[in-house]
Write a protein that binds this ligand. Structure first.
Ligand code: SF4
Length: 654
């Protein structure tokens, strides 16, 4: 089966993101760092289940299964001869444009085009698609362009028909009618490369009686997209012109002249040094060389793309000031500092100054941090949550995409410096709504004393506030609802309260008091930790022996005699996340299917994917245990990373 170089909806969306990407996409020579695994992505977002539930709301449809473009198109054409028909995944082609539609309802000359999205939609508010100035709202652009492209192709492939377009999404306010609905949509492997959803034979009319997906008409927004003017390659063009421009370049494999900008910082067509050494080509470098005439030494210099929270990147790129070393203090503004710690512009200037001075040492405001530390109460508690949002709720009365806290890790540091992995919790039992049990366990672990609690970023606070709301809204609450609510209020902050033991955000402390050039302007804990490990003599000494999980060393719930500090061939400390042992034997077929999940565990969102896999895919006990063990290890490292950051600061005079 080989499919022609048609412009499909995903390529169209890639093209409007950046038209040059159409030249790089799908070519082995140009590595794609996004490495989106459509299966994992759909699994995490609930795409498979939402798609299948949508079909249940349109029963009796015919599914076009084949992935071959020509065959799918022929089958669709045959079925379209019927006056009334419902089709799942029908294929339509117009010249070099090709689409598969999630659900198509044909009633004589009227076609209902339904694009199903794993996204929540608030049915109580105004339609959010347009801004007050009548433009497409940026958060909806990608979804609406997707439908606009499909409607454009369908109207041309089926002249004489009236096409109405809809987005079908999860209704944020709908209440699930029954218990266990999400377990009735299980992910199964249909063929080697194809996954599907098996709908349980126990699915009842009652399960579908209250729709938790809503169909929203989008013809007005689509009309606006079709009437807008677009600029490509310096030329103004209509929507039809835009589609033709992208399609003809893609079909002939012609590169569209790059227009570089701030968007390039998120470009997925980059190489790792290893890939480059093996002959792969960086699409990013190719673009920047083409436009700017850059050579390798230019790429080695920190560029404006790295500058933290800088909103003028496009203006500076246009004026040709691309390297941090070329910036002056006046370029960054001088907003007065409110409160202790670095202001945004001061921190930006610090980043630039260190580049200008070729200074690779870290900045640390020891007196500022010391003042913060004096407000802390021992023992210190470090917590990290793993969370998910599940499209189809677990139980009756719950709403789509409610927040789920399925795991936490908890480290404790005593005043004398003793560290221990004091607790953890993981509840991935299929079909079980874990939130109340998770918070109950967290309460039990944290209420032993009144020590300061730390989180990294707002995530833990946000999810606890969501559980608080779930507890209050629950028509059948647990007996300890009041105690759980009181506990949540005590350790969180919101618009209405500031808890007496409100968690301290380590990320805010990083932003205020610490900057390491090795982080390249990122404050992600995954960047801050390696930078500190490489610069802190204290951490190097403390963790370079197999003390972690050793009988007389640091107590761990998941590691034994573990050494965190190991040095690579370049003499630098190896990223601790890269040290975690492989969970699955690569020779094991069933297990290797899970490898990509494990690989991604250290990145945000990957734990959520693993959780959805534990919930919704067919899995033996062996794989389940391995995956749960991997989740526990990675989460333990997340809180240990927070501990290490504080230890390094404390030893540096904080
Ligand atoms: S580097 Fe920039 S211009 Fe080139 S493909 Fe990536 S985003 Fe587009």
């Amino acid at each position: 089966m080989s499919n022609a170089r048609y412009l499909t909806k995903s390529r169209y969306k890639l093209g409007i993101e950046c038209p040059t990407k159409l030249f790089y996409t799908g070519k082995d020579a140009y590595p794609d760092q996004r490495q989106e695994d459509p299966f994992l992505e759909a699994l995490a977002e609930g795409g498979y289940q939402v798609g299948e539930l949508a079909r249940q709301y349109y029963p009796g449809g015919i599914s076009i299964e084949t992935l071959d473009h020509g065959e799918a198109e022929r089958m669709t054409q045959d079925l379209m001869q019927q006056g009334r028909v419902i089709l799942y995944e029908p294929a339509f082609r117009h010249d070099n444009l090709f689409i598969r539609i999630d659900i198509l309802v044909k009633e004589e000359q009227t076609l209902r085009l339904i694009e199903v999205k794993a996204k929540s939609y608030d049915t109580t508010g105004d339609k959010p698609f347009l801004t007050s100035r009548g433009r497409i709202a940026s958060g909806w652009e990608s979804y609406l362009h997707d439908v606009a492209f499909q409607k454009y192709v369908l109207e041309r492939a089926c002249p004489g028909h009236n096409v109405n377009a809809f987005l079908m999404m999860a209704d944020r306010n709908a209440l699930c009618p029954t218990d266990g609905l999400n377990q009735k949509f299980r992910i199964v492997r249909e063929t080697k490369n194809r996954k599907g959803v098996r709908v349980s034979t126990t699915l009842t009319e009652e399960d579908l009686a209250t729709r938790i997906l809503v169909e929203v008409p989008v013809d007005d927004a689509v009309r606006l997209i079709h009437r807008q003017t677009y600029t490509m390659d310096g030329l103004g063009m209509s929507f039809a012109g835009l589609v033709d421009f992208l399609a003809s370049h893609y079909e002939r494999d012609l590169k569209i002249t790059p227009e570089i900008g701030a968007k390039c910082s998120r470009c997925e067509f980059r190489c790792t040094p290893e890939q480059e050494a093996q002959g792969a080509i960086s699409g990013f470098k190719e673009c920047w060389k083409e436009v700017l005439g850059w050579n390798e030494s230019d790429f080695a210099e920190p560029s404006i793309l790295e500058l933290w929270q800088f909103r003028m990147k496009n203006a500076f790129i246009r004026s040709g000031r691309l390297h941090l070393k070329d910036l002056n203090r006046g370029d960054l503004g001088r907003k007065a500092c409110r409160g202790p710690g670095l202001s945004v512009s001061r921190r930006q200037w610090l980043q630039v100054e260190k580049v200008k001075n070729r200074d690779t040492s870290a900045f640390f405001d020891a007196p500022g941090m010391k003042a913060e530390m004096e407000t802390w109460a021992f023992p210190l508690h470090f917590i990290d949550f793993e969370t998910a949002r599940v499209a189809i709720p677990f139980t009756r009365g719950r709403k789509p995409y409610e927040g789920i806290i399925f795991q936490f890790s908890h480290h404790v540091v005593q005043e004398n410096g003793t560290v221990e992995h004091a607790g953890q919790y993981l509840n991935a039992i299929p079909g079980v709504f874990p939130n109340y049990a998770t918070v109950r366990e967290l309460k039990k672990q944290l209420e032993q004393d009144a020590g300061t609690i730390f989180r990294y970023a707002t995530h833990e606070n946000t999810y606890l506030l969501e559980v608080y709301r779930q507890l209050l809204d629950d028509p059948d609450p647990p007996e300890d609802r009041d105690a759980l609510c009181e506990f949540i209020r005590s350790i969180t902050c919101s618009d209405e309260w500031y808890g007496g033991r409100s968690m301290v955000d380590l990320l805010e402390l990083v932003k205020s008091y610490y900057y390491a050039p090795a982080t390249h302007g990122s404050n992600s804990i995954k960047k801050v930790l390696p930078a500190l490990l490489n610069s802190s003599a204290y951490l190097k000494e403390k963790y370079s022996l197999p003390v972690y999980g050793a009988p007389d060393g640091i107590r761990s719930l998941n590691f034994t005699d573990w050494t965190w500090i190991r040095f690579g061939a370049d003499g630098r400390v190896v990223d601790p996340y890269d040290l975690l042992p492989p969970v699955f034997d690569a020779r094991d077929d069933a297990a290797s299917e899970l490898m990509s999940t494990e690989e991604e565990l250290k990145e945000g969102g990957a734990a959520m994917t693993a959780y959805c896999r534990l919930q919704f895919s067919e899995m033996g006990d062996y794989e389940r245990d391995k995956l749960e063990a991997a989740l526990l290890k990675y989460c333990e490292l997340d809180t240990l990373a927070m501990v290490m950051i504080c230890q390094a600061w404390r030893e540096s005079g904080g």
